[in-house]
Ligand binder design. Structure first.
Ligand code: SAH
Length: 227
């Protein structure tokens, strides 16, 4: 399967059944137990990012690119913190939902700026580039190029999260416990931490912070890389 095929499948998924599933998981309405577990796990990753940004001081006016922003779970609180947020996602449905949520939270506002864009087509220069829980849609051989591209957009910092590939999670994934439920329509790619670190270091970054969020059904390792 080519990358283009993977991407088309991912886009179509997040414009259809994936949209229905994930907007609920990334929301606050009723969900099943598995989805609630994933919601809580994902929220911990978001909260860790917000904590790190805050503990580094003033985010007022800081330009942040949120690549693969989903429904804005991170973009919206970052805008509330005063950052200038450029949020984009390959799925127009996810972006549409993100815009509605931003309007409900922030009122009519030019911040965040939301666009429907494949992250490979993003350009410009941002203080910080963040890409949460998107690498799961990238096969290992595409991950390096993706990280190189994001690195070129970032002046000072990259934050990236991924589902870690370990023997244990690999086995879990194979027996189908990691991504349960009927909407298992896209392939899930796990990544070795060492590979992601290597890709970041090859682009001139140094790992500054590292956090792992692990619940029953949600696994995400978050890295912060700085110059
Ligand atoms: N980062 C968000 C959403 C994670 S869900 C958050 O943590 O809340 C994964 C998102 O990645 C989906 O919205 C999906 O549409 C998006 N995505 C997948 N591949 C992408 C690509 N190549 N370019 C841009 N967005 C992509």
């Amino acid at each position: 399967m080519t990358a283009t095929d993977d991407k088309t499948i991912v886009r179509e998924y997040f414009n259809a059944t994936g949209f229905d599933r994930w907007r609920r998981i990334y929301g606050d309405g009723e969900v099943n137990k598995v989805q609630l577990d994933i919601r809580q796990g994902h929220q911990r990753t978001v909260d860790t990012v917000l904590d790190w940004l805050r503990s580094d001081g003033n985010t007022e006016g800081m330009t942040i690119c949120d690549a693969g922003c989903g429904v804005g779970s991170l973009s919206i609180p970052m805008a509330e913190m005063g950052a200038k947020v450029f949020a984009s996602d390959i799925s127009e449905k996810m972006v549409g939902e993100a815009k509605e949520r931003a309007q409900a939270t922030l009122g009519q506002s030019e911040n965040p700026v939301f666009t429907v864009q494949d992250l490979e087509s993003l350009s410009g220069s941002y203080h910080t580039v963040i890409c949460l829980d998107v690498l799961i849609h990238y096969p290992q051989d595409k991950a390096m190029d993706m990280i190189t591209h994001l690195s070129q957009l970032a002046e000072s910092r990259v934050l990236i999260s991924f589902a870690p590939k370990t023997v244990f999670y690999d086995v879990l994934k194979k027996i189908g416990e990691l991504f349960p439920g009927p909407s298992k329509t896209t392939r899930a790619y796990l990544h070795r931490e060492a590979d992601i670190v290597k890709a970041l270091e090859a682009n001139g970054w140094t790992i500054k912070r590292n956090a792992m969020t692990k619940t029953r059904f949600y696994f995400s390792r978050l890295l912060e890389a700085v110059k």
